[in-house]
Design a protein around this ligand. Structure first.
Ligand code: KG4
Ligand code: ZN
Length: 372
């Protein structure tokens, strides 16, 4: 991005089951980044995938293909100056999620971006979805449309904890080289099997709750706590004593399956038992994630903590992570709840933070996040 002058970016996100477009401007004033949101649109397909118990890739692709042009028309209309009935916003570049995500879904966004870039003669910036979740948490996304707001300052080294349906990653953030992106990333911990959001979704299915299960399991857990229930089963806290930063959630999910089977055999698998099991599961996840996060903050000597990904909507986790940040005496940047899930604001912002050297198509290599 050119210092001082504002860069206007269209963001496109289609990595999973949200079709999203956003238009933002970013500028640098006295060395600090400022951003203003001009529009952000998200169309969720969650209800469509619900009967399948997870995201069905070909259905996701079809829905993205259908809704990208509709959302673009809406975005153009929304951002047109009052009184005008024709014309569209001008942009400097298009930022599009290149991965990680579901291949057919990603391609829909990339093909759409390429077609637009050609038609409008603007460059494309490929963006790593997980980097999007990191920088998205630096955005004051509740700011009114069109108002300039500074990005939250991220002192290096910092630590990001990415918790979503596809990832559980601890990422050390260092200052960039001054030439490319403002940050450099190293994955220092990841899951060996299921991601934490995936574990929530699988446990939801076992408990008979529909996809996406995370918010539903969490609601049951909260209600169980409020009702003062106690769970007769103690679930494992996987790898909590492993002395490294690795996670594993598939054993925890299997432990829930066995607990349910045993309860069914004993004739006690009623809804009250299931709610108490949801609470015990959430407690096991919260304890495991917090313990590893505590270790990682210490080893990185982090000066700030960034939380990103859909699971960051979980209130118990938000509270626990905030307490940890307080203990380490560092600021915590949590995404506001309405941008904790997938959105295109974060993709546009990640694209905007990379410098634009030429006004023709170029491909910046993105960092290899999202391998865990
Ligand atoms: O980041 P995201 O929107 O999509 C991916 O990139 O995966 O994350 C979606 C995940 C789903 O697994 C969903 O169940 C989980 O986030 N999730 C939650 C909560 N809200 C969403 N998990 C636990 N508690 C929540 N409140
Ligand atoms: Zn995501």
């Amino acid at each position: 991005m050119n210092p001082e002058s504002a860069t206007r970016i269209l963001g496109i996100e289609t990595s999973c089951d949200e079709t999203a477009l956003a238009l933002i401007e970013v500028r640098r004033t006295e060395g600090r980044f400022e951003c203003r949101i001009m529009a952000s649109l998200i169309r969720s397909q969650a209800d469509l995938h619900s009967p399948y118990g997870g995201v069905f890739p070909t259905l996701a692709k079809r829905e993205h293909e259908e809704h990208l042009p509709i959302l673009l028309d809406q975005l153009i209309e929304q951002t047109r100056p009052t009184g005008q009935t024709e014309g569209r916003f001008k942009i400097d570049a298009i930022a599009v999620t290149e991965g990680p995500g579901l291949e057919p879904a990603l391609w829909t966004g990339i093909v759409f971006a390429e077609k637009l870039a050609k038609e409008w003669d603007v460059p494309i910036i490929p963006v790593n979805h997980m980097e999007g979740h990191i920088v998205g948490s630096l955005l004051e996304s509740d700011a009114p449309t069109g108002e300039w707001r500074p990005l939250k300052h991220l002192p290096a080294p910092a630590l990001a904890f990415l918790i979503s349906g596809g990832h559980t990653e601890l990422v050390r953030i260092q200052a960039g080289d001054g030439q490319g992106a403002p940050f450099a990333y190293t994955v220092i911990g990841a899951t060996k099997d299921d991601a934490v959001g995936e574990a929530f979704d699988k446990v939801a299915r076992l408990l008979g709750l529909p996809y996406p299960g995370g918010p539903r399991v969490s609601l049951w857990a909260q209600e169980a706590r409020e009702a003062g229930l106690s769970c007769p089963v103690k679930l494992p806290r996987p790898m909590i004593h492993s002395k490294d930063l690795a996670f594993s959630f598939s054993g925890l999910k299997t432990a829930v399956l066995y607990a349910l089977r045993d309860a069914e055999k004993a004739g006690i698998a009623d809804e009250t038992f299931k709610r108490s099991l949801a609470m015990e599961f959430e407690d096991a996840v919260v304890e495991t994630l917090s313990s590893k996060l505590d270790d990682a903050l210490q080893s990185v000597e982090a000066r700030a903590l960034v939380i990103g990904g859909g699971v960051s909507a979980n209130s118990v986790l938000r509270d626990r992570f905030s307490t940890l940040a307080q203990k380490h005496d560092i600021p915590i940047y949590l995404p506001s709840k309405h941008v904790s899930g997938d959105n295109a604001l974060m993709i546009a912002l990640a694209g905007a933070l990379r410098p634009i050297h030429s006004d023709k198509l170029r491909a910046h290599g993105t960092k290899k996040l999202g391998t865990g």
